[in-house]
Ligand binder design. Structure first.
Ligand code: TMP
Length: 208
């Protein structure tokens, strides 16, 4: 059995991740490619409970280290219970955010040392890394404007613009450092324009 591909989708708030993921799901369905769509933090009943805590705006006492460890606690559960078995069964896993979000938000955003995140990554994931990461990219003020038009802000969405600027810079830095794994998608313009950029990347990935 060939191991399935592991694809992650990343981006700062308001870049259109949800719409893009629906398009990606549809793309694979049309190819009859067996996929598992999941998200982080979350993806299993226990990890979704951890997500609720992490996103709850009333949880004002969560420290940076607690936040980091909760992200990896949710990830450890998600990996063992869902992601790894699916990949081993040959399914392709599409994950809405993964460890790059930890580097971007807890590392870039909160300022936690990268070496701490790297050692948790090593511990929880071993050698497992995404095969492909799509980074939807948009200037932060545009994304925040789009996100602000939606529901009440969660604990992360309450952060200031400078926080998200550091998150975006960290993502772009990782994309520059790992061009073979990363594809940066310009998320500006119409939904159709963004989807056509995503389609080009997926066509390349699925080409025989
Ligand atoms: P979203 O995926 O629904 O946009 O929301 C999840 C939030 O959690 C988002 O603000 C990014 C944040 N997050 C982290 O800070 N670190 C992580 O490792 C992950 C997976 C998400």
């Amino acid at each position: 059995m060939t191991r399935g591909k592991f694809i992650t989708i990343e981006g700062v708030e308001g870049v259109g991740k949800t719409t893009s993921i629906a398009f990606i799901e549809d793309y694979f369905k049309q190819l009859s490619q067996d996929i598992l769509l999941t998200r982080e933090p979350g993806g299993t009943p226990l990890a979704e409970k951890i997500r609720d805590l992490l996103l709850d705006a009333r949880q004002t006492s969560i420290t940076d280290n607690t936040e980091l460890l909760l992200m990896f606690a949710a990830r450890a559960q998600h990996l063992e219970e869902k992601i790894v078995p699916a990949l081993e069964a040959g399914h392709w896993v599409i994950c809405d955010r993964f460890t790059d979000a930890t580097y971007a938000y807890q590392g870039g955003g909160r300022g936690i040392e990268i070496s701490r995140i790297a050692s948790l990554e090593e511990w929880v994931q071993g050698a497992l890394r995404p095969d492909l990461t799509l980074l939807l990219d948009l200037p932060v003020d545009e994304g925040l404007k789009r996100a602000g038009e939606r529901s009440t802000p969660d604990r992360f969405e309450q952060e200031k613009q400078a926080f998200f600027e550091r998150v975006r810079e960290t993502y772009l830095g990782m994309a520059r450092a790992e061009p073979q794994r990363y594809r940066v998608i310009d998320a500006s313009g119409s939904i159709e324009a963004v989807q056509s950029r995503i389609k080009t990347v997926l066509d390349e990935l699925t080409a025989p």
